[in-house]
Design a protein around this ligand. Structure first.
Ligand SMILES: [Zn+2]
Length: 354
């Protein structure tokens, strides 16, 4: 478990720990902000700071309590993480106690938040519940959760994390204090990536492409984004035809394992189309006069011929349509070919305009 101080959010964290020392920390918190910026890491750091024997405050990382958190078995810390438990959704089984005989095969079988909350704090201090990707809570889970928020237990902190808080019921959102975190600076993002062993030149690019979200940068890296962007760049420059580009996309080395080979193929095409949309969006911004240097993919805009707005928009429309079709049961190969043909036409037009 990583409990490093999350770069860029230190001040907010210090403020929350100060509130705890002043006995005025809200009992229900919702951490929001873009994906991959370290929201959950900040929540874990808050948890260890609350549970530290010398706390609440900056955790010492040396006391018995800190060590138990670090080894992942502190009795007063409970984490809900649906994907880690092999579930797509946070169902009511994660929230409320249900007798085992009422559960169907495939249901989450582990302890629920309610099971955890009926216990007294084993170490006499705070008890902390962390919910990762709270947007995965279905409606019955949210309603069960609401009951918990209505009957707070003393010295119990429940913290939710979500980059899509709009999907939570308004009744849930109105009972939590929202802590909004923003992207990291590029320097902080590079520092996190460097710590994770990413070589400097790659860290530089990934920090820019991810817009200051180290978690997203690492996901992009795992999905072979540098190789994918090189393909996009060559097609745009008119030096790679759509067919050869498609076969290169299928050869990109990365983590594209799905539950089935088709799901893996869809994931690969989704990642490629998302990256292409980010590139095309930046090219459109550049053609509308936004300075290249302020754009994640601004370097690709330098070779844009003048008046490329309309062809860019046509290409963008094709990519958006292909991207929307990914979750449908369409062949990912066909969607990739369709998008690359549109991009290839754009590249050819650029060559002709030079
Ligand atoms: Zn400690």
């Amino acid at each position: 478990m990583s409990f490093d101080a999350p770069l860029g959010h230190g001040e907010r964290l210090a403020g929350l720990l100060q509130s705890a020392r002043d006995e005025r920390l809200a009992h229900a918190l919702l951490f929001t902000g873009p994906a991959g910026i370290g929201k959950f890491m900040t929540m874990r750091r808050l948890a260890i700071g609350l549970l530290c024997e010398r706390g609440p405050g900056d955790p010492c990382l040396a006391c018995g309590s800190c060590k138990r958190v670090l080894s992942g078995n502190h009795p007063d810390l409970f984490e809900v993480d649906a994907p880690a438990a092999g579930q797509d959704q946070i169902t009511v089984h994660f929230i409320a106690h249900r007798p085992p005989e009422k559960k169907k095969p495939g249901d989450y079988k582990g302890p629920a938040i309610e099971d955890f909350l009926v216990l007294r704090a084993r170490e006499g201090g705070y008890r902390v519940v962390l919910v990762r990707e709270a947007e995965r809570m279905n409606e019955s889970a949210q309603n069960a959760f609401l009951k918990m928020l209505e009957e707070p237990t003393a010295r119990t902190i429940i913290a939710l994390e979500s980059s899509r808080p709009g999907t939570l019921l308004p009744t849930v959102r109105s009972r939590v204090v929202t802590i909004e975190l923003g992207p990291l600076s590029l320097a902080d993002t590079r520092a996190v990536l460097h710590e994770q062993g990413v070589p400097a030149a790659e860290a530089e690019e990934l920090a820019r492409w991810s817009g200051g979200a180290p978690g997203s940068a690492l996901a992009l890296r795992g999905h072979g984004a540098p190789a994918m962007r090189a393909i996009l760049s060559e097609v745009l420059a008119g030096t790679l035809d759509a067919g050869s580009a498609a076969s290169r996309v299928w050869d990109v080395d990365g983590r594209f394992q799905g539950k089935t080979p088709a799901a893996g193929a869809r994931l690969r095409v989704r990642v490629f189309l998302d990256l292409g949309l980010a590139v095309l969006g930046d090219l459109l911004r550049a053609s509308a006069g936004v300075p290249d240097a302020s754009l994640a993919h601004g370097d690709l805009a330098r070779s844009l011929p003048p008046d490329s707005g309309a062809p860019l928009e046509r290409c963008m429309a094709q990519w958006l349509a292909a991207r929307q079709d990914v979750p449908l049961n369409m062949s990912p190969e066909a969607l990739l070919d369709r998008a690359l043909l549109a991009l290839g036409a754009l590249g050819a037009a650029q060559v002709a305009a030079r």
